[in-house]
Every structure is written in C-alpha cells, then in structure tokens.
Write a protein that binds this ligand. Sequence first.
Ligand code: SF4
Length: 235
Amino acid sequence: MTPRRGTRVALLADLREAASSCRECPLGARATQTVWGEGPVNSPLMLVGEQPGDREDLAGRPFVGPAGTLLDRALERLGWTRERLYVTNAVKHFKYELRGKRRMHKSPGQLELLACHHWLEGEIEAVRPQAAVALGSTAARALMGRPVKVLSERGRWLVREDGLRVLVTLHPSALLRGDPASRERDFEAWLADLEQATAAASSAEASPAPTKAAARSRSRSGPDGARSPKPPPGT
Ligand code: SF4
C-alpha cells in the first residue's frame, strides 16, 4: 500500500529531525548545520545537487547562493517556481577547506557520499517524485548508484532500479565557473536539459493515470508502504 500523503509528510519531518544531529561522517562536526531538502511532499520533480555551499551552510537552506539564483532564473524562464519543486543535495553538510578565513568548497568523497546516501533515499521515499534531475556528477552518482559521465550523458533520461527516471545535467555552479564568453549559450543548453524534466513532470501532474514509476514503486512496497531501498552509490 502506498503511504498516505500525511504519512509521507510525517516521514519527511522525522527524517529531517534525525538528520539535524547526524554525525555519520566527519562533515557533520565541521559544518554549521544540516541543510535538508525543501519543497512540497507531493512535488512531481526533485532536483538534486551536490552539497550545500558556504551560503547554504549559514542559511540552513539549499540553493540560496549564486547557483540557486541561476536555478531560479532558469525556472522562471520555464514557467516554474521553486515552490513546486523539491530541491535537495546528495550530501547534507558543507565540506570545505580553510584558506585564511575563507571556507573553500571541497567536493565530498566516496565515503561521505555513501554515509549520506540513506538520507537522500529517505527523501525520495517520502516525496515520491515522478522524475528527478541530477545536477552534476556527485548527484548523478548518488541517484544512480554508479559513476555517471555528466558531459556525455547530459540531457538523457536514466532509469533507476525502482523505476524513478533521472535526467542528468550540469550543476549550476559549473555554468558559473565556465567561460564567460559562452555563458549565455551554455545557459540556454542547460535550460533545454531542464525543460525536458519540467515538461515530463508537468505531464505526469496533469495525467490522472499512475505512471510506470509509481506503479513499480507500489509493486516494490512492503505492507507498510516502504519502498525497497536503492543500493548505495558505487556498489
Ligand atoms: S554529510 Fe550526511 S552522513 Fe555526513 S554527517 Fe552530514 S548528514 Fe550525516
């Protein structure tokens, strides 16, 4: 039986509360706070980034820095708002190295990704999106459980063992770091990737029929509605 929405809201709240004190890898002790995902529990589309940055770590919210501003610009062009999406990260604490007083972003390692994996799967279990977008290679690896070459796979749909469709594209930070001369062209290409995902989510929202992913999800659910977890990345 698929859990009722109220049950899923409670599940998400319980997970968030538990993750707020997580110390399952060393990142929890160094960062300011856990940055949990944001968005409605019945969102048709989940966007997954890598990890919170400096601004997100301080604010306790995902995608509030420059990358988030670029994401909002893209969503506006696509006629979507952040409020319709569930936005989260593969790793919930900010990893950084100090250079003087500045905290410089450092990519999470495989052990940190593995340790944090169950939190992301918990969010997927609660939200049950119709589709997901992997923003960058860390997110793609976390969602698919294997390394994904983003540059060759971008704009393509991948399908997880549980039936969830995942569109792979760049992280907005990659666009911000890119060649300024091609920034607008790169933005338009990124927008085209994202448009596939928003279009798929919109059509799933409009269709009353259960999607293949939802049907498969139910078939994999246990008596309490719990879905079989996806293997952790790299296994
Ligand atoms: S990064 Fe993830 S696994 Fe590591 S302490 Fe934070 S919430 Fe826990």
